[in-house]
Design a protein around this ligand. Sequence first.
Ligand SMILES: Cc1cc2nc3c(=O)[nH]c(=O)nc-3n(C[C@H](O)[C@H](O)[C@H](O)COP(=O)(O)O)c2cc1C
Length: 121
Amino acid sequence: MIQEIKEIKDADTLVIGVSMYNFGIPASLKGLVDLVCRAGHTFQYTEKGPVGLMEGKRAIVVIASGGVPLGSPMDHASTYMTTMLGFIGITDVTFVAAQGTAGDLDVALKGAQTQIDAIAA
Ligand SMILES: Cc1cc2nc3c(=O)[nH]c(=O)nc-3n(C[C@H](O)[C@H](O)[C@H](O)COP(=O)(O)O)c2cc1C
């Protein structure tokens, strides 16, 4: 079995760091997605369409962006991550936004820390 799939199968919670590159995810992370989204391993085709096999897990996705706010029309990173994780059965997804890193980095990091504290509370 692909090691990355085994690691996801063994995990209860996935913490995924994403740099927003050109409104989406970096090519390196896309490479990992292409390894992990495999029919018969993380999803399967059924008569009712594809069904994810990674149910019961939680994902925390931390997205750093220079200027594009998460949830804005130019943000294709969070929508892609939601779609991709849902496809393999992970629908409990929490986003942390470290946004505006091209501006005041301290403000961006403090904003992200506040969101992380809320998750941990
Ligand atoms: C190739 C490249 C593309 C980027 N594209 C975007 C973008 O579309 N929107 C945005 O808000 N920030 C963009 N950024 C800025 C990063 O999202 C930002 O620096 C963030 O903190 C993560 O970058 P890092 O992986 O260099 O730490 C880009 C940075 C690079 C290097």
